[in-house]
Design a protein around this ligand. Sequence first.
Ligand code: MG
Length: 386
Amino acid sequence: MGKRHIAILGSTGSIGRQALDVVRQHPDLFEVEMITANNSTSLLIEQAIEFNVNNVVICNEKHYGEVASALSPYPIKVFAGMKSVCDLVGSDNIDIVLTAMVGFSGLESTVAAIMAGKAVALANKETLVAAGKTVMDLAGKHNAPILPVDSEHSAIFQCLHCSPGEKIARIHLTASGGPFRTWTREQMASATRAEALKHPKWTMGSKITIDSATMMNKGLEIIEARWLFGVEQDRINVVVHPESIIHSMVEFDDGAIIAQMGHPDMREPIQYALGYPARLPLEHRKMDFAELGSISFHAPDTDRFPALLLAREALSRGGNMPCIMNAANEVAVAAFLQDRLSFYGITDLIEKCMSGVDFVAEPDLETIFLTNAEAAAKARELAGIE
Ligand code: MG
């Protein structure tokens, strides 16, 4: 493959850092054109220098002076604000955009990349949760390929290569079950932030780690899969698989099930998206099936993990309901991380917002942005946050 010029939106987060590690292993294949971060100035500066990046954007404008002066001795252009991200992401010298920002804030720049016809390596699942139909319609219209980075969706994408164009009978989304898989409801009710942040299998940022503890992450992934692969939710099954060896599976009409496996390592799906369709070498732990012995599966417990039901309800109601749910979840997770909500306070708050914000059956992009603001404000009000 020829050298690919990439933009990494959210380069200082967990996915962004691992993507740069992939670039470090393959300097002959990738060139980093652009990186962005919200607030992590020192790491952003370090990355810009190491990868000799063309354009750097610090989204929080109050840090502009610090980043600009640190990079002034280098031939690196520094910009500030989300508008700069949206303007620069369509530059001619960018081939592929990795969207690794956290939450709804990634939507605007993802849409800008799609409208510029860029290939999008999508790690920002909230984009598809809040505006799945709009984003996929735009991607089709602008011929912008969407390459999933979420490990489950990368797995499904890889499984589909076995039978291109064939109807999908069912998708089996695997879930690790998170840190509270074996806890009782009573124990979970008083779970602390530190306990919720201890994920057994994956090392990730704090938002997604809390989403894994509530299993809202799997709920968001049901919605993400619905839009990425055009499969209705009654054909998307969630199965808990604590060993996290099978990253997801596709079942076809003849009963054949294709699974994608490996040790949990986010660099694999990141690399697959950036190098697609090539498989690039990656230093990894070899799989020893004999040592592994067995892997296990069980149904998710929706009494202890009501977030799964909320996500299915949001998806079946459609319209702006997934956007309302997502906005409420973002506020609730932040409040939990600040010890302002209990663990089940997260899903209680989401449920209240889903019945307390105006429903719109066919929202356009503008309505999605308004809904997000309205639902976040409602959630803050209900949580007692100014
Ligand atoms: Mg995932």
